[in-house]
Design a protein. Structure first.
Length: 186
């Protein structure tokens, strides 16, 4: 069993925020692979299904970004999923918009959602870091991640999300380098 987690904030006003790019990835996975209808469970919106003969769960935590780990910990304990089988999709300001970097383990790099997950399940899981770029005006990092995507940025994020979905079978095999290469080649 695998768990896909998309980080974001559940408030409807945050739907198009840069911080919610993880939610967008989970929505795309749910649609493309026809996972079950979202149900409120484990303090999140949970779906399940099969992708390439692999049982997967996908969740969007409803605990808000800074407490994402609480939701994930409950789900892992209930389904007996190991942290090494978790894939977290989240925003990253240190990566240009439209680019993706993937890594297993590591630090939180100041991302509060990742910090919460690390505290609750440890650091031995995969992170799919979706670039949202740095602020180009005088806004702070917090303002930047909570701002909506511009129309050009939105199109770029939709394209990279499509690349992620197309390459998801590679990610499921845990070939992180090949996955990253394929997503960024498009």
């Amino acid at each position: 069993m695998l768990l896909f987690v998309g980080l974001g904030n559940p408030n409807p006003n945050n739907t198009n925020n840069r911080h919610n790019v993880g939610f967008l990835a989970i929505d795309a996975i749910n649609t493309k692979f026809k996972l079950s209808k979202q149900k409120p469970k484990f303090k999140g919106l949970l779906t399940t299904g099969m992708i390439n003969d692999q049982k997967v769960y996908a969740i969007k935590p409803l605990t808000f970004m800074n407490s994402s780990g609480i939701c994930i910990k409950e789900l892992l304990e209930y389904f007996k999923i190991e942290a090494k089988d978790v894939f977290v999709f989240h925003d990253d300001m240190d990566i240009d918009i439209g680019k993706v970097k993937v890594k297993f383990g590591g630090g939180d790099a100041g991302h509060n959602g990742i910090e919460s997950i690390d505290k609750n399940i440890g650091k031995q899981y995969s992170r799919i870091r979706i670039g949202i770029g740095r602020p180009i005006n005088n806004s702070t990092g917090v303002e930047h991640v909570l701002d909506n995507f511009s129309s050009d940025e939105k199109q770029c994020v939709e394209e990279v999300t499509a690349n992620i979905i197309e390459s998801l079978p590679i990610l499921i095999k845990k070939d992180l380098d090949l996955f990253s290469s394929k997503v960024n080649q498009k």
